[in-house]
Every structure is written in C-alpha cells, then in structure tokens.
Design a protein around this ligand. Structure first.
Ligand code: AMP
Length: 192
C-alpha cells in the first residue's frame, strides 16, 4: 500500500491537496477534522464535548482521535491502494501510535509530505474559508491565532520524527492549487 501523511499548519491546503491526491492515486482520504465535525453534527453528548474543543482551536484527546482513525482504517483498508492522512498525526505521540497501528496490519507509512505556507497567507485563507464553511474556528482571529500557535508548539515537532525516519518531504504550498498538485504528483510518482 501507499500511505501518506499530508502535513502543514491550518490553512495550508491539506484538505484540497488530499482530494487531488486521493482521486489521482486511488487512495482513501481521512481527515480527522472532518470525522470530528461529523460527530458534532450528530448532536450527541460526545459531539458537544468535541465542539467545545474545536471551537476554541484546542485538540481533541489522543485516545478519542486514535479510536476514530483505527476504526476508519480497518473499515476502509480494502477500498483503495492506501491512505492519505490529513490533520493526523498532530503530535509526536500520535505519530508513534500511527506507526504501531499500521504495523499491526502489516503496513507502514510511505511518505510524510509537508506544505510550506507563510503565516499571513494562512490567516487570509482561513478567514476566506470561514465565510463559506461556516466553521466557527475559521471566523475569529484570536481562535485562528490559537490554532497556529498550537501548531507551532505541539504539531511542528512531528517534522523531526519523520526526518529521523527519512520520510520527510516538503513542498511550497502557495500558488495555484492545480500547480501545487502538479508538483506533488511529480514527487509521488517518483516514490510510488
Ligand atoms: P482541521 O479540520 O484539521 O483543521 O481540524 C479542526 C479541529 O479538529 C482542530 O483544530 C482540532 O480541534 C481537531 N482535530 C483535528 N485533528 C486532530 C488531531 N489529530 N488531534 C487532535 N485534535 C484534532
């Protein structure tokens, strides 16, 4: 299988590029943010707890995320040639858990692909997205700043984890989305 993590700060284009990647390479896209928002829409007690965390830009606990990812992977592993993980792992603990979980099904991560986008562009994109998506966490500047700061504190160290594994690649993520994908495609075709 071909298993990729698409990585980057909020607003770096992970969701958009994941869709292109999954369509072109027959991979199953899992966005932990989307899985969580689906839970919120169900309106359950759990959904309300999740909404409280997401709306402030804080993380949902690892055990909950890991259960969701594992169940998604087990349900979908025969549906494509591999997975695109989007929004996961967001901590080094999640990264090491992902390795263990994939090993349990005799799989491993092929590539960790980071998108490089400057902070002003991230904020501009998120606010623009918030106008259409209705996502509360995309509409308030202080929440957006909190998400970017959580990214720097907790998520960015994940990069070192994958540099050590020699799986880290980075591409410039500003420009026309189709052109960014064209660069991703060249890279993936070399590795596939
Ligand atoms: P996203 O759609 O990836 O921007 O995620 C939206 C929100 O969902 C994040 O700000 C977090 O509150 C939560 N979330 C998504 N993925 C994770 C994760 N891997 N670990 C913890 N919280 C997450």
């Amino acid at each position: 299988m071909f298993n990729i993590v698409i990585f980057g700060p909020p607003g770096s284009g992970k969701g958009t590029q994941s869709k292109y990647i999954s369509n072109n390479f027959d991979l199953i896209h899992i966005s932990t943010g989307d899985v969580l928002r689906t839970q919120v829409e169900l309106g359950s007690e759990l959904g309300k707890e999740i909404a409280n965390l997401i709306d402030k830009g804080n993380f949902v606990p690892d055990d909950m995320i890991q259960r969701m990812v594992k169940s998604f992977v087990l349900r979908n592993k025969d549906q494509g040639k591999g997975f695109v993980f989007d929004g996961f792992p967001r901590t080094t603990e999640q990264a090491s858990w992902l390795d263990t979980m994939l090993a349990e099904i005799n799989e491993e991560l092929t590539l960790f692909l980071a998108l490089d986008v400057d902070e002003a562009e991230l904020k501009r994109r998120i606010l623009k997205r918030g106008k259409h998506s209705g996502r509360e966490d995309d509409q308030d500047t202080s929440i957006i700043e909190n998400r970017i700061s959580v990214y720097h504190k907790k998520t960015k160290p994940v990069i070192d984890y994958y540099i050590e594994q020699k799986k880290f690649q980075e591409l410039y993520g500003v420009g026309v989305r189709e052109e960014i994908f064209a660069n991703i495609k060249v890279l993936l075709e070399k590795i596939k």
